[in-house]
Design a protein around this ligand. Structure first.
Ligand code: P53
Length: 483
């Protein structure tokens, strides 16, 4: 008997801006990612300086063609079905539905695309798990309204959400409102199409934008339930426990404070009100968040489950000297000190399967609502062997250990609805814009400059994951040994 429920949602995850391409097809408007170059043209720097994204012309924009999912989706979904996917997590591109974002009526051509995409999933009994906003707030809203800093965005988002819930009633049941909502603190351009540096008080601007997203998320949650009580709505947190560097209480406190930066968002989304610690934080930072009278009531519309991404844990110190002298791991937007006990990926991300079990236990202890692992995986360079096959043992190892950690969490008593590893087919990296940072079970022939045949092929991990799903998580070992 598997420790996973019979209806456990095994699948994979992708996002429109990294998968679809077709950036102007069917009348699509632009999203922030459409203005970002790849790594060679300093993508990370541009993400932090949106004015560069707006005015510079770059040689290559990876999102414009991405892996051309816009035209390949039928082929791709057939391969997901072959692996036995029970669900597919994807996002809808907001600017495909509302090219500017503030229109009264949606773009029918954009909706037609998702009609077909969802129908194709349903044909194979693959349950769509849909993120409404995955780094995709229309760029027109950046230009005209300064994105989520503006309260008007709430109405625009709710209008878009309402179109989705009505159109896909009975077809889509699982919804996530904002991808990695806490990313707003680090990458506000991606998370909310705005530039805090344009404002007098950048921190206040970020929390004001966060407030608008939290209200919008709660209103969408309410609406989703009204339109179809069968809908299940989740929040989505970029998770990964913060570890103290030592047992010095100051380090323990620093770790706790770092975790709270993320929990702040889902505290509101799961508990329906601002957490008590936020009062002191706002006071000390002298932040004044403008709230309307009705907001407190709106926020009471809490989510059904917690979706979260997990790639690694982080190590924190309160000691300035340690911070300045020790090496920091790079690559990940959430920076960390080195963890001497753990290996790292080729991109410097700490690999910590036990950390997934810890993170899940923390989340469940804190909230007691079901969890959904909607992102997890290893970005790695894949090279075909002499026979032309990609033997991605490193990826199998990573996923195997992480699935076992999820299994341990289930045994610990944590309720988990599903597991959707990130980039189940190779897609563009959000952080670096590279194609060579691959996560998939399916290889896509394309390089960092967008050159290639787009041909899809199976990696060794394809058959391995198929076996994991077929055994409902019982055969997760490298050689399909029992868990
Ligand atoms: P990549 C880092 C940077 C940007 C987005 O990241 C991120 C992270 C990691 O927390 O979050 C998620 O592609 C995101 C996905 C993204 C994935 O991490 O830089 O939800 O869109 O692709 C992996 O390797």
């Amino acid at each position: 008997m598997s420790i996973f429920n019979e209806d456990f949602l095994w699948g994979g995850a992708i996002a429109a801006n990294q998968y679809e391409g077709g950036y102007q097809e069917g009348g699509k408007g632009l999203g922030p990612v459409d203005l970002l170059p790849n790594k060679d043209e300093n993508r990370v720097h541009v993400m932090y300086h949106p004015e560069l994204a707006m005015k510079e012309k770059f040689n290559y924009y990876p999102s414009h063609q991405a892996i051309d999912g816009y035209h390949y989706f039928k082929e791709d979904i057939a391969m997901f079905a072959e692996m036995g996917f029970k669900c597919l997590r994807m996002s809808v591109s907001w600017p495909r539905i509302f090219p500017n974002g503030d229109e009264e009526t949606p773009n029918e051509a954009g909706l037609k695309f998702y009609d077909e995409l969802f129908d194709e999933c349903l044909k194979y009994n693959i349950e769509p798990v849909v993120t409404l906003n995955h780094f995709d707030t229309p760029i027109y809203l950046y230009e005209k309204y300064d994105g989520w800093t503006n309260r008007k965005l709430i109405d625009f988002f709710v209008r878009y959400a309402s179109v989705m819930f009505n159109r896909y009633k009975g077809k889509v049941k699982y919804w996530l409102t904002f991808n990695e909502i806490n990313i707003l603190q680090v990458l506000p351009f991606l998370g909310g199409s705005f530039d805090p540096e344009k404002f007098e008080n950048p921190l206040q601007t970020k929390y004001q934008a966060a407030h608008h997203q939290l209200v919008a998320s709660a209103l969408a949650t309410k609406l989703a339930r009204e339109i179809d009580p069968a809908n299940k709505i989740g929040c989505m947190l970029a998770a990964g426990e913060a570890y103290p560097n030592t047992c010095n209480p100051n380090d323990i406190w620093a770790a706790k404070m770092l975790d709270r930066e993320g929990f702040f968002f889902i505290d509101v989304q799961v508990r329906g009100k601002y957490p008590s610690y936020s009062r002191r934080f706002f006071e000390e930072q002298q932040l004044e968040i403008k709230q309307e009278k009705e907001d407190a009531e709106i926020l009471k519309n809490t989510v059904d489950f917690i979706g979260f991404s997990y790639y690694s844990t982080k190590v924190v110190s309160a000691d300035e000297q340690v911070l300045s002298s020790s090496e920091k791991t790079d690559g990940n937007i959430f920076s960390s000190l080195e963890n001497p006990y753990l290996p790292k990926s080729e991109w410097g991300w700490i690999i910590d399967p036990m950390g997934l079990r810890i993170t899940m236990n923390t989340l469940y202890d804190r909230y007691q609502v079901p969890l959904f692992v909607v992102e997890n995986g290893l970005g790695a360079v894949d090279k075909p062997n002499e026979a032309g096959i990609i033997e991605d043992d490193y990826r199998i190892n990573y996923l195997s250990e992480h699935i076992q950690a999820v299994g341990e969490a289930v045994k610990d008593g944590v309720e988990v609805w599903g597991y959707t590893p990130w980039g189940c087919i190779d897609i563009i990296s959000a952080g670096t814009g590279q194609m060579s940072k691959r996560y998939g079970f399916i290889y896509v022939d394309l390089d960092d400059n967008g050159v290639g045949s787009f041909k899809r092929s199976k990696k060794a991990s394809f058959d391995w994951y198929k076996q994991v799903i077929a055994s409902n998580g019982e055969k997760v070992g490298r050689n399909n040994d029992e868990f």
